[in-house]
Write a new protein. Sequence first.
Length: 96
Amino acid sequence: MERAQAPCYHSGMGQLLIRNLDDETIAALKRMAARESKSLEQKMRDLAEREAKREVEEFWQLAALSREMTRGANLDIEALIAEGREERDRAILGNL
């Protein structure tokens, strides 16, 4: 028998609770939001989305730089992967 599930009103949308912010930080965030005529919730949503996008953009910038730096290089990818795995295993397992 299948269990009935409660309806989801915000499909694909999560929630985030931030604890232990000091009052001065909260007040500063509220002032920032007010200057932009936004609620604190909307300001925090905007900040979180911007930072998440920045993380992704920085990754792709680093990937492009890495491709440019290695363009035309004669690299043995399989050997590099094997070397990386060996380093990882030594770091995890030590020299058994």
